[in-house]
Design a protein around this ligand. Structure first.
Ligand code: AHR
Length: 657
């Protein structure tokens, strides 16, 4: 048991001991609607960290498909026979390609083998679409053999399936074929080799996607991972980060303009998570931008979430740089223009410059963008003096767009205290708060938003997660404390209009940061206990808050409240009461409903509960459903309904009038 854990346990015991033995009375006022709840309240945060995009949500199975990795254009590839990299290819922003030539002897072979992202995951009998841009520079017809193979197999034949492509003529063209593996394998490779008469053949943008993909898009997303997002019923989708918005230096910031248009010509970008932690280096981690802004907007639409892009404000990552690494304030023009152009890309008519790009990509209708964030985790006057001209320009051109500013990297402290008044002064609509904090912080923050200024900008809790060093990651107790904290978000829906857990995804072999909401390998994925909490909030969303009190006070885990945190909402027909019991004791509850007409009663409909009593229990690839919500018997009718809460549990009580 760690010291931190012991401290939290003592803190919890102190609070719990202070509760009288009789049942807790929770008074819910149904006579008065509370604040409206913005549909954006619970959402998701996406960043390409932990191989979340390439090698993750983006379903491309070939790594370095355009031969552009800067330290070695053949990184991720094994080469055999007579192959050379050239750089006057058909795509000016990704100019490299490979020339395959006769190896000089009939018993030699020329070809390439791609290792994928920690291998290539394929399923028996499913279809995979191989595609390649190719030409025969001297003219004529050449043959390529394409194979998905198991290099570790002791069988006669490495191949799980293969096919032949005929490449004809000296002009670059795209070719494709469908492959169907005879076995399921998580670490296959892709082999392409010169066959037939072995005429010199050039290949570029070598790609392999599952055919069975999210919504059937060609440049699409891995189905299980996209489904895990849709199942959260998110109201807001923040992308593309996180620190990658900023870049290690400004040049490597996420440049949205490079992430749209034909996928073959989106230039590669580095990824700071390649080298951010020297104890977890990933030398082959780049951003192909195959999952770019068009795909982000489309996904938002498909999962019913409002898109929230976050853009660079001209500051490189402030953790990694001194004061002179940034764009001077009087040179911000192109960066501000990027923000304005993005709004045009999302919402402009097809006749506008950027609206036309969107339409050409297959979406003539606008994406109806309503929010934009300027800067990620920025701080100090370096930030405020850059943010101000962005806000001015966006307000002038697009007065209806809501702007999100930052309160820095901390949940409180000097920068936070400086930035909040500055955000008011500059006049942003929402302020992004980040908190990756320990148990005791979450236990003590149930009332965090109860006294926030109701007149100022609203809160976007844009990155948060309960971190417990020394304990297991993504364990049940951390999820319970997140659930407890979220009752305070729910109760203060007028202030906290958006909240997104972070980070979202992690490849089990490629993570840099944990905990994360969803983990995966090349074929499987699992949803963590924290995901289950988020999904309960997404599923039992209200339209209005309801007042819920214990002895006249909000239920925030305060002294004398027995480790309980609670909130209540109504969606018009149903009432959802969420209660986290963070104590080791069972708690008896009486829900007392006030504000009812004399003849009216409330009926219990159902109860759903997440049992976190095995504090360190986690879901994992082999046991994905260890911590999942279960229904429990919840019945009764009247003006008072009783229930009991097991220790260390999070419950949602569904009722109707
Ligand atoms: O979520 C991981 C990182 O945490 C984000 O990139 C950054 O915004 C924060 O520091």
């Amino acid at each position: 048991m760690t010291r931190r854990f012991l401290f939290s346990a003592c803190l919890a015991l102190f609070f719990h001991a202070a509760l009288p033995a009789q049942s807790c009375k929770l008074d819910i006022d149904l006579g008065k609607k509370g604040s409206p709840i913005n549909p954006t309240q619970y959402g998701i945060f996406f960043e390409d960290i932990n191989f979340a995009a390439d090698g993750g949500l983006y379903a491309e199975l070939v790594k370095n498909r355009s031969f552009e990795f800067p330290s070695n254009p053949l990184q991720g590839w094994r080469v055999f026979g007579n192959a050379a990299v050239l750089e006057d290819g058909p795509f000016d922003r990704n100019p490299h390609y490979v020339r395959l030539s006769d190896p000089g002897h009939p018993h030699r072979w020329t070809g390439l083998e791609n290792e994928g992202f920690f291998g290539i995951g394929v399923r028996c009998g499913e279809e995979y679409r191989f595609s390649v841009w190719a030409r025969v520079p001297e003219g004529g017809e050449s043959r390529l053999n394409v194979e998905i193979s198991d290099p570790a197999s002791i069988e006669e034949d490495h191949g799980l399936c293969d096919g032949e492509l005929v490449v004809s003529g000296a002009d670059w063209r795209q070719y494709e074929l469908i492959l169907k593996p005879s076995r399921t394998l998580d670490k296959a490779v892709l082999r392409v080799f010169l066959d037939g008469d072995r005429l010199v053949t050039d290949i570029e943008h070598v790609s392999l996607f599952p055919v069975d993909i999210w919504k059937g898009h060609r440049n699409g997303l891995r189905k299980d991972l996209a489904q895990a997002l849709a199942d959260l019923h998110p109201g807001i989708f923040r992308f593309p980060g996180g620190c990658i918005v900023e870049g290690t230096e400004v040049e490597s910031r996420y440049n949205w303009k490079n992430s749209v248009g034909p996928v073959e010509n989106r230039p590669l970008n580095s990824n700071r998570w390649q080298y951010c932690f020297p104890y977890r280096l990933y030398p082959d981690y780049y951003q192909s931008y195959g999952l770019g802004y068009f795909e982000f907007f489309l996904l938002s639409e498909e999962i019913g979430a409002e898109p929230l892009p976050i853009l660079s404000c001209g500051l490189a990552c402030q953790f990694q740089n001194g004061e002179d690494a940034h764009i001077p304030v009087d040179e911000l023009g192109p960066y501000i223009q990027d923000a304005l152009d993005l709004i045009e890309f999302a919402n402009g008519p097809v006749t506008s410059t950027w609206g036309k790009v969107r339409a050409e990509m297959g979406h003539p209708e606008p994406f109806n963008l309503k929010y934009i964030g300027i800067g990620n985790e920025q701080w100090g006057t370096l930030y405020t003096e850059r943010l101000a001209p962005f806000v001015k320009a966006i307000r002038k051109a697009y007065p209806d767009i809501k702007i999100v500013g930052s309160s820095g990297p901390g949940s409180e402290g000097e920068q936070f205290d400086f930035l909040w008044p500055e955000m008011r002064r500059i006049g942003v609509d929402l302020v992004d708060e980040h908190f990756y904090r320990p148990y005791e912080w979450f236990l003590s923050q149930g009332a965090r938003y109860d006294n926030y200024d109701r007149k100022g900008p609203k809160v976007f809790a844009g990155e948060y997660a309960c971190h417990a060093r020394g304990a297991k990651w993504n364990h049940a107790y951390a999820a319970l404390l997140e659930a407890a904290f979220m009752t305070g978000i729910e109760r203060n829906a007028d202030v906290v209009q958006m909240a997104t857990y972070a980070p979202l995804f992690a490849h089990v072999e490629g993570w840099q940061w944990r905990p994360d909401l969803i983990w995966f390998d090349n074929l499987r994925s699992f949803r963590t206990a924290s995901w289950q909490v988020q999904s309960l909030y997404g599923r039992f969303k209200g339209r209005n808050t309801l007042s819920l009190k214990m002895s006249g006070a909000n239920v925030t885990g305060a002294e004398g409240q027995g480790g309980l945190f609670a909130s209540a909402v109504s969606d018009g027909s149903r009432i959802y009461i969420k209660v986290a019991n963070t104590s080791e004791e069972e708690r008896d509850l009486d829900f007392n409903f006030a504000g009812l007409k004399k003849k009216d009663v409330v009926r219990a409909v159902e109860g759903v509960r997440l049992d976190c009593s095995d504090r360190m229990a986690e879901n994992c690839l082999d046991e994905p459903d260890r911590i999942v919500p279960v229904s429990f018997a919840f019945s009764g009718e009247g003006k008072t309904i009783s229930a009991s809460l097991p220790p260390l549990s999070f419950s949602v009580f569904v009722l109707e009038k």
